[in-house]
Design a protein around this ligand. Sequence first.
Ligand SMILES: [Zn+2]
Length: 444
Amino acid sequence: MSSSLLLRGGTIVTMNTKREVLKGGVLVKDGVITALGDVTEESLGPVERVIDVGGYYVLPGFVQTHVHLCQTLFRGQVEHVGLGKWLEQIWSLEAAHDPRSMYCSAMLGCCELLKSGTTCILDMGSVHHEDQVFEALSESGMRAYAGKAMMDRGDSVPSGLKESTRQSVEETLSLVSRWHGANGGRVHYAPAPRFMESCSEELLRIVSEKAHELQLLVHTHASETEDELSDCETAHGMSPVAFLHSVGLTGKHVVLAHCVHLKPQDFRILSETQTKVAHCPSSNLKLSSGIADVGRLLRSGVRVSLGCDGAPCNNNLDMICEMRQAALLQRYLNTDEFPWAQTFLEAATLGGAEALGLSSMIGSIELNKRADIIALDMSRAHTFCGETGEPSARIVFSAKGSDVKLVIVDGEVLVENGALTRLDEKEIVAKSSEELKKLVARSD
Ligand SMILES: [Zn+2]
């Protein structure tokens, strides 16, 4: 049975190659954008459903390329410390997850992400209970690439998260067979070796081989802190990016989160191999890791996208906040007249889609693309700019996640009038509270 939906009377920030901003509507048929701009009910004939978006900006949904849904439950549990101590405490909480708390954590994250306009994520799970992350993602209706964290080494890893190289690989492959391309193609599997300090060289080489063999995206952390850089130089005589390159984990199918502390040759490696960088400015500031030089990455030809990272190191999953943070930091670091608001709006939409290999399908509002679309109410006092304000600056510097009123994934309305259609936010928050109490008791 075919379905049709018309978004009527908005301002469409298309993010197409000409970056056109159009007045008018968007027609979606069976999940695909089939007309836009000058389309009305009169010109189209019967349409199953019409949603008025007058006074709204209509945008492609945000794509976040570095998230940890497994940690959403832990927001506010570990504060005032740098990455090393933070990670030790987060690992002990992750080790205390059971299937129910993991499912709740992922659902809580999906609620927040969808309500603030994120329609697609690249997620790194914990070592166990990854099926529950995929179940939550599937139930939420989001588009996602996700994978369990792989970690077969490290002295400070709690016993609950320890796994052998073989176990790690076997579990990953079995999850690939269950979830890659599931939920009507909305969810996919992306292997996620956690980072070089918690992965053996053997594990990283196997992940590289399997990713090539099965054509999978790989997601890992790299060069997040100065300590990681110096540990890697001591252990391997090279930077984390150079080390990952040496074991085959660079390429256009690889997404590296952070890349804060880079050596000059790292910029060349990332650019030549077309490896993607997920920039996470709020997390990098909150954990005192540093500020990535996005200006230099872009000048080197590296493709950059954005991610909020985990809820306990941000402490929110709101992409509009993250674009603002990113743009303000680069305005400070790069004092030229570069259009940072536009750059990060691109990173948050097209850049994310490209990082996941989905740019022919999502990332902009164009004919024949899948309908992953959001609409922001721009009629409120805090976004007022008359008729002349530049859309990217209005969105990045003035808007908030709570201005997102409509969210559509694959043609399906998942948020309407600012409320979730599939998920019960109140119930999820109440369950999360119960699950967190039980989890903390288990971890003591
Ligand atoms: Zn992370």
